[in-house]
Write a protein that binds this ligand. Structure first.
Ligand code: DC
Length: 221
């Protein structure tokens, strides 16, 4: 079973996906973390965004691993745990930029499809183009939405809880800018698949969103 959960940042995709993956014994593929990892290497190795050759070889040989450590989904690049490094606001912005490059998207497609096939029960993938491009035939497609204000607030609280000193106004501006970039790019933009079920998460807590999606999986799965 393939469950595609798409939506803008701060709609609760990753939290809900993790919980559902545990409940339904599916693997969880955080595709945003893949783009964030590419962004991290691009920054550290000072790869130019117009250097298609280096970008493609980086994406095709990215030694990325997801591992549950003490119930938390950690991201490893080879042996290095990059879970925290990829979550800083700067990396969110660079991931959004890097993910608009056709060579990056094309080179990461196979990896996402491969990762989703590892568990025989199936996978939940969250991202922007899972239901439209990566798995257009997914068994279940969910599209989460929330207002800008609510999304920025969730993101702000998440970063604060990790001890980061962030400014709410800057987070709101970055949230709006990132989603504009993600929805307006030419290739695989953030958009609802025609057959996706839309859930407006304003005013709902994580448990309520999770329950709504769990009910859909149980009915259809
Ligand atoms: O979900 P996230 O915030 O971790 O994603 C970081 C960036 O990666 C996001 O701004 C756009 C990009 N992304 C994408 O283009 N396609 C995906 N399927 C997932 C993420």
């Amino acid at each position: 079973m393939i469950v595609a959960i798409d939506g803008a940042s701060g709609t609760g995709k990753s939290t809900v996906s993790k919980l559902l993956a545990q409940q339904f014994k599916l693997s969880y593929i955080d595709t945003g973390a893949i783009y964030r990892s590419v962004a991290l290497v691009v920054q550290e190795k000072k790869i130019e965004l117009n250097d298609e050759k280096r970008l493609s070889s980086l994406c095709l040989s990215l030694p990325l691993r997801f591992e549950f450590v003490d119930g938390v989904n950690r991201v490893f690049l080879d042996k290095r745990d990059i879970s925290e490094d990829i979550r800083v606001p700067e990396m969110s912005m660079l991931a959004s930029k890097v993910s608009a490059l056709p060579v990056v998207r094309a080179s990461l497609l196979d990896m996402q499809r491969r990762l989703a096939k590892i568990n025989k029960n199936g996978a939940i993938l969250d991202g922007r183009d899972i239901g439209t491009v990566v798995f257009p035939n997914a068994d279940i497609k969910i599209y989460l939405t929330a207002s800008n204000q609510v999304r920025a607030e969730r993101r702000y609280l998440e970063l604060r809880s990790k001890g980061m000193d962030v400014d709410p106004k800057t987070i709101l501006e970055q949230t709006i800018q990132r989603d504009k970039q993600d929805s307006e790019r030419a290739i695989a933009p953030l958009k609802k698949a025609a057959d996706a079920i839309e859930i407006d998460t304003d005013g709902l807590n994580i448990e309520q969103v999770k329950q709504k999606v769990a009910d859909i999986i149980t009915q259809r799965g």
